[in-house]
Design a protein around this ligand. Structure first.
Ligand SMILES: [Zn+2]
Length: 146
């Protein structure tokens, strides 16, 4: 079951559209099909939307992975993301034609830790994926390829 971030209902996987944009591991939109239809417009890949998705991606992953729940509010995360240059990550992604590998992503600095403001950093999707198979650490502290 998946939590829809629009209506807050738990629904089956088939009740969510697939998306290559989302951070969610299973590649689904964070709002359900009904909510998509209700809005009547296609979700735009706006910065606002992206940051929102990143937040709910963390909420969902902390549930899926049995971590401590995310304790900061979305407003706090938006402020944090702005302070951490989310816009430059976002612009790079847009300029690349929405290359999945360059999508802004939230990484846990210590991957066994929880999603706390002290243990997260912004990075690209590609780097996050690479890191999973390599080592922990800060984005700019190590000789990372991305
Ligand atoms: Zn919904």
């Amino acid at each position: 079951m998946y939590l829809c971030n629009q209506c807050g209902k738990k629904k089956d996987e088939k009740d969510f559209y697939k998306s290559d944009l989302e951070l969610a591991r299973r590649g689904l939109w964070t709002s359900c099909k009904d909510c998509h239809k209700a809005r009547g417009v296609k979700c735009k890949r706006t910065l606002r939307r992206k940051v929102r998705d990143m937040y709910f991606g963390m909420v969902r992953r902390s549930q899926d992975d049995g971590l401590q729940p995310v304790r900061f509010k979305i407003e706090t995360f938006i402020q944090w993301a702005n302070r951490n240059n989310v816009e430059s990550f976002y612009n790079r992604w847009v300029e690349s034609g929405y290359d999945k590998g360059l999508a802004p992503s939230v990484d846990r600095i210590h991957s066994t830790g929880d999603y706390t403001l002290k243990n997260i950093q912004l990075c690209t999707w590609k780097w996050n994926d690479w890191k999973k198979n390599n080592h922990d650490g800060l984005l700019f502290d190590s000789d990372t390829p991305f």
